[in-house]
Design a protein around this ligand. Sequence first.
Ligand SMILES: [Fe+2]
Length: 284
Amino acid sequence: MSINIEAFFHQDTATLSYVVFDTRSLKGMIIDPVLDFDIYSGSLSYTTANLMLDYIDSHHLDIDWVIETHTHADHVTSSQFFKNKLGAKIAVSDAVTQVQHTFNEKMDLKVQCNGSQFDHLFVDNEVFNLGDIPVRILATPGHTPDSICILVDGNVFVGDTLFMPDGGTARCDFPDGNASQLYHSIQRIFELGDDLQLWMCHDYQPHGRELVYKTTVSEQKKYNVHLKHNTSQHDYVSLREQRDNTLSAPKLLLSAIQINVNAGILPVDENNKLSFIKIPLTIA
Ligand SMILES: [Fe+2]
């Protein structure tokens, strides 16, 4: 019994997407797939998604799931592409409804806020199988309320909780983000065991170092720049909040979020059947 993990790096958004499968049954899942999006021209394309699809086809995989580790604010999901091509179920945390409510109100999106756009909503500790291999979903809120980690065969796909040790941890200043919650979520991951392999959702390659996206709990405890030396919750929260105060909004936040809260379904104007995104304006 073993799994295979293939990573795909999307340079424009520094996102890692994964294809994970059971080598015996070839049953698999996709995690956090990216749709190429040029904000300047509004054009969307499937170049990156097709690279993943080629891999899936050439390995004869049977992909049951497309899983989002949270509602992403930095890239547009290509989950609908894989649902259409492979018949995979799109799944996310059941807390996505909170994110939908928040952004529906803030941006007047007119999306359903009951999670019905997704094929499945995970509850904390839910388990499903890839072949004979169990996969467990852990609720790890903090960066967003709907953040999850995916535990399979000694590996954890951490979404936006931790970055590589030199990158620290994820920001907590999005609506309903919470640094105390993230601290507890990270402790939950740490308690799973020092030898677990942790797979990142992003690597921003600090100081121009080469791409790295895999580490261990033990390395995170020792070297993570936001957590090393047993940082207390109080110290972590104040460090995180100070840092968040200096960050600007992600480039694709307003555009990506309105597609991603709708499970990757593009909004369509009722009158002319064209797709638009809205940019709400504020005066500082
Ligand atoms: Fe994120």
